[in-house]
Design a protein around this ligand. Structure first.
Ligand SMILES: NC(=O)c1ccc[n+]([C@@H]2O[C@H](COP(=O)([O-])OP(=O)(O)OC[C@H]3O[C@@H](n4cnc5c(N)ncnc54)[C@H](OP(=O)(O)O)[C@@H]3O)[C@@H](O)[C@H]2O)c1
Length: 374
C-alpha cells in the first residue's frame, strides 16, 4: 500500500473536493483523506451536495474497520465545522475518535466556525494542525468562499469568450459563437459554480440571453439560477418581464441594479440601488450589497463596458478567458477592454496564479487579480 506524504495527502484531498464543484455552493467544496497510523491511504471523501454530509463524514463512512482509526491522520482542505448548520458539527464527532492528527488546509472564515473547529479538536487533546505546505492550490480551491467571508463582499469572476486578438463581439453586435462547443458547455458549469450571473443592460438589449445553466450534469437548476443586471437609469427595470431572463425565473432570482436616484416598486424583480462613483455605479458598494443579499460570487458575462468597469474600479477577482484560435480584427470588432485606458505601462494590471488548459479547440486562461487571496 502506498504511503502518502502530507503534500500528497493534501493534493488528494483537493482533487476530492473538486468533485463537489457546482453542487455544494454556497458551501465551499471540501475534500478529505484518511491515512492509517503508518500513513497508508485508507479512505477519501468529499462534500457532494449542499445540505448533505461533509467531506470528513463521507471519508469516515468508508472506513469499515474502525480499529484503523487508532493513531490515524486526517487531511481536510478546510477546518472542520463547529456549528449546527444543515448537518451536526463535524469537529465534535472527530473529537470522539482516536486520531493521531487532523491537518486542515485553511481556517474556515465563516464567523460561525472561524477557529472554533480546531479549538474543539485541541480541547479534546487531539493534534489539530494547520497545513504548512504550499497553499496555492488550497487558495484557489476556496477562492470564492474565503474571499467573500473575509471581505464581506461578493467574489467576482470575469468570464470572456474572445478571439485570439481579444475581440468579444463584432461592432454589428454579432457574437454567437466565437468559442467552441466544449468551451460553451464549460461556461455553463461555471454558471453552476457561481451564486449569480451578472451582465450589463447592453448585453440584455442586444442578445436577450437566458443566462441559465444548461448542462447535463446540473439539471437541478431548471432555469432558477440568480441573475444580476446593471441598469443605471432603470431603463429596463419596468419591463424586465419582457426579457428572456424572466422566463422560468421567479422574482427572487432576478436582481436589477440602478443608481440610487431611481425609485421603483417593481413586482417582477428585486431592485438594488447603489451610489455613483463618478460617471459609473460604485461596484465595490454593489459587491457588498450582493453579499448581504446572500450572493457569495458572481460570474460576469457582460460586454466591454461592464467588464472594463470591474477592472477600472479594481473590483474583479478572477478571470476566465476562453480564447478561440480565430481573428476578428480590432477595426470591426469589440475588444473586451475597449472601455479601459491604462496610461502608463507601469500601471498595467498584472494577474497571478495563472493556469492554461486546452478546451476543445480553445485555450482557457484562468488567472487571479491582486487581492483575490488574503
Ligand atoms: N463574447 C463574450 O464573452 C460576450 C459577453 C457578453 C456580451 N458580449 C457582447 O457585448 C456586446 C454588448 O456590449 P455592452 O458593453 O453594451 O454590454 P454590457 O457591458 O453588458 O452593458 C453595458 C451597459 O451596462 C451598464 N453598465 C454596466 N456597468 C456599469 C457601471 N459600472 N456603471 C453604470 N452602468 C453600467 C450601462 O448601461 P447604460 O447604457 O444604461 O448606462 C452600459 O451601457 C454585445 O454585442 C454582446 O453580444 C460578448
Amino acid at each position: 500500500m502506498a504511503k502518502l506524504t502530507d503534500q500528497e495527502a493534501m493534493n488528494l484531498a483537493i482533487a476530492e473536493a473538486k468533485k463537489g464543484y457546482g453542487w455544494v455552493e454556497p458551501n465551499p467544496p471540501v475534500g478529505c483523506v484518511i491515512l492509517d497510523k503508518d500513513r497508508n491511504l485508507i479512505a477519501t471523501g468529499y462534500h457532494g451536495k449542499f445540505g448533505k454530509s461533509h467531506a470528513e463524514i463521507e471519508a469516515l463512512k468508508k472506513v469499515k474497520n474502525k480499529k484503523l482509526l487508532d493513531g490515524a491522520h486526517m487531511f481536510i482542505t478546510l477546518e472542520p465545522c463547529s456549528h449546527f448548520g444543515k448537518t451536526p458539527p463535524c469537529a465534535v464527532q472527530l473529537a470522539t475518535l482516536p486520531f493521531g492528527s487532523v491537518t486542515f488546509g485553511r481556517v474556515d472564515p465563516n464567523p460561525a466556525v472561524k477557529g472554533k473547529g480546531s479549538l474543539i479538536l485541541r480541547s479534546s487533546g487531539m493534534k489539530a494542525i494547520k497545513y504548512k505546505g504550499d497553499r496555492t492550490e488550497l487558495d484557489k480551491l476556496h477562492d470564492m468562499f474565503c474571499y467573500s467571508y473575509e471581505n464581506t463582499s461578493t467574489f467576482v469572476t470575469i468570464k470572456i469568450a474572445s478571439s485570439i486578438d481579444g475581440q468579444m463581439a463584432l461592432k454589428s453586435g454579432e457574437s454567437q459563437w466565437i468559442t467552441c462547443e466544449e468551451s460553451r458547455l464549460f461556461a455553463h458549469e461555471l454558471r453552476a459554480r457561481h451564486g449569480a450571473v451578472l451582465v450589463g443592460r447592453g448585453t440584455l438589449n442586444i442578445d436577450d440571453p437566458y443566462l441559465n445553466v444548461r448542462h447535463p450534469k446540473f439539471k437541478k437548476f431548471r432555469g432558477e439560477n440568480k441573475v444580476v443586471v446593471i441598469d443605471p437609469d432603470g431603463s429596463i427595470l419596468n419591463n424586465i418581464q419582457k426579457y428572456k431572463i424572466s422566463n422560468y425565473r421567479s422574482k427572487k432570482n432576478i436582481f436589477v441594479v440602478t443608481s440610487n436616484k431611481i425609485k421603483s416598486n417593481n413586482k417582477h424583480c428585486q431592485h438594488i440601488s447603489v451610489s455613483l462613483k463618478g460617471k459609473y455605479l460604485d461596484l465595490g458598494q454593489l459587491k457588498k450589497t450582493l453579499f448581504l443579499n446572500g450572493i457569495q460570487s458572481v460570474l460576469v458575462e457582460g460586454g466591454p463596458l461592464t467588464v472594463s468597469q470591474f477592472l477600472e474600479q479594481n473590483e474583479a477577482n478572477k478571470l476566465c478567458l476562453f480564447m478561440s484560435p480565430s481573428i476578428l480584427g480590432a477595426k470591426g470588432g469589440m475588444s473586451w477592454t475597449s472601455e479601459l485606458a491604462i496610461k502608463k505601462l507601469s500601471q498595467k494590471i498584472a494577474l497571478q496564479n495563472s493556469t492554461y488548459e486546452a478546451i476543445g479547440s480553445d485555450i482557457l486562461l484562468t488567472s487571479y487579480f491582486k487581492g483575490a487571496f488574503s
